[in-house]
Design a protein. Structure first.
Length: 133
């Protein structure tokens, strides 16, 4: 019998410096990615393979909000402040995930666009001790 898991976007929370972020845009609203692969390989002339570990702890979390989000001004202020803060993305769905770190910084204020419909704003957050569980 097949295993069936369910997912609900409402079970995903994002906190930045302990503040819950709200007002996400539709579709992909959070993206999390480690900056580099965890290892590199080298193959010698006779086919010998060597692996070197990459110890880069950086990652990036991108949050996409609606321009009407109450969190918009908070994240713009945080970017301007240059403050180092914890950031966590936690999924309490059937497949549990916890991504983020204790040291992160909003890279810049979100680019803005205006039209006859609600636009989205994307914030990139650099995480200096990125972890994914």
């Amino acid at each position: 019998m097949p295993i069936i898991n369910s997912y609900d976007a409402k079970n995903v929370t994002v906190t930045v410096d302990g503040v819950y972020i709200t007002g996400f845009a539709e579709s992909t609203f959070v993206e999390c990615e480690k900056t580099e692969d965890t290892f590199q390989t080298s193959v010698g002339a006779q086919g010998d393979v060597g692996i070197s570990e990459v110890n880069n702890p950086l990652g990036t979390i991108t949050l996409t909000l609606q321009q009407t989000s109450p969190s918009l001004s908070y994240l713009n202020r945080l970017a301007k402040s240059k403050k180092i803060v914890p950031v966590w993305v936690i999924s309490q769905n059937q497949i549990k995930e916890k991504i983020g770190g204790t040291k992160a910084r909003v890279m810049k204020a979100a680019p803005s666009a205006f039209s006859n419909a609600i636009e989205s704003r994307a914030f990139q957050i650099q995480v200096f001790d990125y972890t994914q569980e």
